[in-house]
Design a protein around this ligand. Sequence first.
Ligand SMILES: NC(=O)c1ccc[n+]([C@@H]2O[C@H](COP(=O)([O-])OP(=O)(O)OC[C@H]3O[C@@H](n4cnc5c(N)ncnc54)[C@H](OP(=O)(O)O)[C@@H]3O)[C@@H](O)[C@H]2O)c1
Length: 257
Amino acid sequence: MAKNWALITGASEGLGREFADIAAADGYDLILVARQAGKLQALADTLREKHGVAIEVLPTDLNDPAAAEALWRKAASRRKVDVLVNNAGLGYNGPFTGADIAREMSSVMVNVTALTILMKRAVEHMRNQGGGRILNVGSVAGFMPGANMAVYHATKAYVLSLSEAVAEELRGTDVSVTVLCPGATATNFAKDAKMEDIGLFKFQSIPAARGVAQSGWQAMKAGKRIRVTGLLNNMFAFGPRLGPRALTTRITALFLK
Ligand SMILES: NC(=O)c1ccc[n+]([C@@H]2O[C@H](COP(=O)([O-])OP(=O)(O)OC[C@H]3O[C@@H](n4cnc5c(N)ncnc54)[C@H](OP(=O)(O)O)[C@@H]3O)[C@@H](O)[C@H]2O)c1
């Protein structure tokens, strides 16, 4: 019988490591992707020992669209990939004017371009192979413009919109698309995005990555379209529908300072 493989991007840190552990516990063999090969290898050794699953490590820089295409070819040419977790992502906190353009373009490349390439290839592959599930990691940031984090919020609005639209196109098929929209979560993300000291991360209790990943995995397995984690984030996601967008944008700017 063909094995069930799950391809997880951004598996070297944070939410991605948790998705890898959860998927292996669920019986999936794994393809782990990120740039830090040493961390991926160490995680693979731990999870092989813990869960007895097969794991392949494919270090890839998703900042390069050609690398994303090559990754998919390498991963899926010989196997049936049943699950794609499009989790790799990064952001940058600071005003748009003056922000490092290389960093911002990398957010667009990884959060938008690579995610789209992998999702497109996965949908084609899964339709041909008799089904599959895709979990895109968006953010509650996708529900509102984010002054002081403009590019990141825009990338996550794209992920939310793309995921919902393709999920609708796939209605009634054996392929599902789920978008996970977490809020601030305890991972390396905030440090990497230079936002550890802003209000959003300082003045609320930040959930651990495990529960957030678990919630996303469950939503994906149930074929749900959107999962927003936590009460406060659900309020953040719903709130913008009630008032003028300019007000939402003003309030978001205060949280992101
Ligand atoms: N933590 C939060 O507060 C939060 C909230 C909402 C949404 N999210 C989303 O959750 C997802 C996971 O983030 P996290 O919180 O787990 O952050 P994290 O701890 O910083 O992990 C980010 C992962 O993305 C990978 N990555 C970054 N750039 C990459 C590149 N060029 N090529 C390949 N992989 C790359 C990193 O691996 P390497 O460095 O090894 O390449 C790492 O494994 C992201 O999409 C993020 O936007 C996070």
